[in-house]
Write a protein that binds this ligand. Sequence first.
Ligand SMILES: CC(C)(COP(=O)(O)OP(=O)(O)OC[C@H]1O[C@@H](n2cnc3c(N)ncnc32)[C@H](O)[C@@H]1OP(=O)(O)O)[C@@H](O)C(=O)NCCC(=O)NCCS
Length: 197
Amino acid sequence: MLIEHHNRGIKIIDIRKARIRDRKMTYNWLYYSDFSDYLNDLGGISKEAIPSYEYYKKEEYMDFYFDDSQPDKGRAYIIVCKKNGKIEDIGIISYTSFHLLDKITEFDIWLKKLSLTGHGYGTKALLRLVETVRDLGYEKVIIRPSKHNKRAIKSYQKAGFIQEELEPKNYYLSEYIPKYSDGDYESGGDVFMVLKL
Ligand SMILES: CC(C)(COP(=O)(O)OP(=O)(O)OC[C@H]1O[C@@H](n2cnc3c(N)ncnc32)[C@H](O)[C@@H]1OP(=O)(O)O)[C@@H](O)C(=O)NCCC(=O)NCCS
């Protein structure tokens, strides 16, 4: 009773494994939330060019992120906020490894709406996934925000990521260098950040 009283109002940020049934909402948070115009702009994605959900399922967040079929390739987690016995889904965070050298993985993260940003939730989720991938045996995590996305960069710094000059062959499998080494933004448009575990 005392503990319950004491904890009232405290928010706990945690992550849980995402399931196939969670995928559609993560798509909507990314492309149709109140920060999507901003993110799409950074990524050079016009309104007409927003990827379809079919494309998202086939090319961006494939089944293995949600069904435990290929954990060595990647996995997605739902960020949850627990408060007063209630649990709310507030974002998604994932690791992806299929394109990178052994023991290196890449994170991606977004919350579900603008009002949830700036409260430390994203940073807490990053720290949770860092623990998870450390337990899986990874030694380095990379993340590549747009150089204009100051909020994301600040959050990643708080989680321990350090900016580095990218030498693609030290991170990417050679066959993926042409496709991925430039990152998600125009060449030179991102900040390459590394966390050593
Ligand atoms: C990126 C994201 C996951 C970070 O999570 P978060 O919970 O917002 O991060 P935090 O609140 O821990 O940290 C953000 C920091 O940036 C600061 N910040 C916010 N806006 C800023 C701005 N315009 N310029 C500089 N710093 C800014 C905040 O004050 C905070 O720092 P503080 O703790 O020292 O005050 C979240 O903001 C998000 O989902 N954004 C939209 C989607 C996105 O950009 N995803 C990343 C794609 S790479």
